[in-house]
Ligand binder design. Sequence first.
Ligand SMILES: [Zn+2]
Length: 340
Amino acid sequence: MRGAILYAPGDVRVDERDDPKIVEPTDAVIRLSATCVCGSDLWPYRGIEAVDGPSPMGHEYVGIVEEVGSDVRTVKPGQFVIGSFFASDNTCEICKAGYQTSCVHRVPMGTLGAQAEYLRVPLADGTLVATPDVPSDDLLPSLLAASDVLGTGWFGAAAADVRPGKTVAVVGDGAVGLLAVLAARQLGAERIIAMSRHQSRQKLALDFGATDIVTERGDDGVAKMKDLTDGFGAHSVIEAVGTQESMMQAIRSTRPGGHVGYVGVSHDVELPGQELFFSHVHLHGGPAPVRRFLPELIDLIWNRTIDPGKVFDLTLPLDQAAEGYRAMDERRAIKTLLQP
Ligand SMILES: [Zn+2]
């Protein structure tokens, strides 16, 4: 089969890879209907994370079940399914508490490489959620968004304790930040302040439910946030970047007693203990347990209540994955959908 492989920073190629097979009796093999490039794929692509030899890429996937192992009970061949970036059993104590990305049996899907024609999914019963039927093509982008960016934005909003009537701020205007805006709207936020300097992204944020846009960053962004909230800061702030500047911007934009939900993959962030101590801010986040939210998100997409697929502003055949990476790296695209 064909699949994307990262050979070195900046060097992604779609090459021939071995066809995935059932290895464990709890596995499924799916034929991908759509896959995509994640903002987090750009860290190794840019050489900020080490590239350890040729690596299969991709961890976002939707598709049709081709084959299941002998112990798989809840999904069957022919079903359309969605999973997220960690396979999980969904039965251990941690999964039952809603933290499937810390499942005691978790498997990172990125190591299996979802930017491909086929994918082996471990722990299929716990990982995959089937849609009510095989969806029409126009629903594919939104269902694919549920695999990671929508689920991650949603977790950011949940971790930031977004509730009806609250003022919410979102730091970061990538796909996750934009979908955190959508999540905050669905969860009933009264006011949603999106922090973005890019016009096309501001427009999408407004489409998804943002009420205000702040273009300043860092300390200036914090000052603007305070201006907009009677000097208090927001009740809930979602951090969707993962840098020192964005994390401090999120913490300092939150009022005492408020919550930060951080879902940008942290890179070299160090938090000042004394400032945190006196901030009275709740911090929660990490790799989003997307599996917790999948049934609800699929339902909202299936009923056409939400349209998170709008974050895909570039669609390419899988064979042009390299251009998909380049476009995101150069910020010409928010997010690239790849068609196997
Ligand atoms: Zn588990």
